[in-house]
Design a protein around this ligand. Structure first.
Ligand code: AMP
Length: 116
């Protein structure tokens, strides 16, 4: 079963794709948590960070290059932004197709709420 993100990458379901090349696709999060909220996703299905392989190192690094370019295009390179990758249940990962969240456009506050 392809993930929902694979269907977006294949353009089988609608999405606002902002960038695509032979390695990664970036599209707007359907439930944005900030003025800019974009997901940067490998075109191949990697379920989570636990599943990355050494031979994927250059593609994974490429995700940062794409993130930087999109941040500049979105006008938030100087104001600042956050890159986030959730892995597993405790992080609240919902879609098991590795993705980097790029969020920004206002002050994002602290990274996490304090553990009690
Ligand atoms: P995570 O909790 O890190 O797995 O994040 C999954 C993200 O995917 C959430 O922020 C969702 O809003 C987003 N999402 C789920 N389905 C879609 C979709 N069809 N198009 C765009 N974003 C989506």
């Amino acid at each position: 079963m392809p993930t929902i993100f694979s269907k977006i990458i294949a353009r089988e379901i609608p999405s606002e794709i902002v960038y695509q090349d032979d390695q990664v696709t970036a599209f707007k999060d359907i439930h944005p948590l900030a003025p800019v909220h974009i997901l940067i996703v490998p075109n191949i299905e990697i379920p989570s960070v636990n599943d990355v392989k050494p031979e994927q190192e250059s593609m994974l690094g490429h995700m940062f290059i794409v993130a930087k370019q999109i941040a500049a295009e979105q006008g938030i390179a100087q104001s600042g932004y956050r890159l986030l990758i959730n892995s597993g249940d405790d992080a609240g990962q919902e879609v098991y197709h590795l993705h980097m969240h790029l969020v920004g456009g206002h002050n994002l506050g602290p990274l996490l709420t304090k553990h009690h």
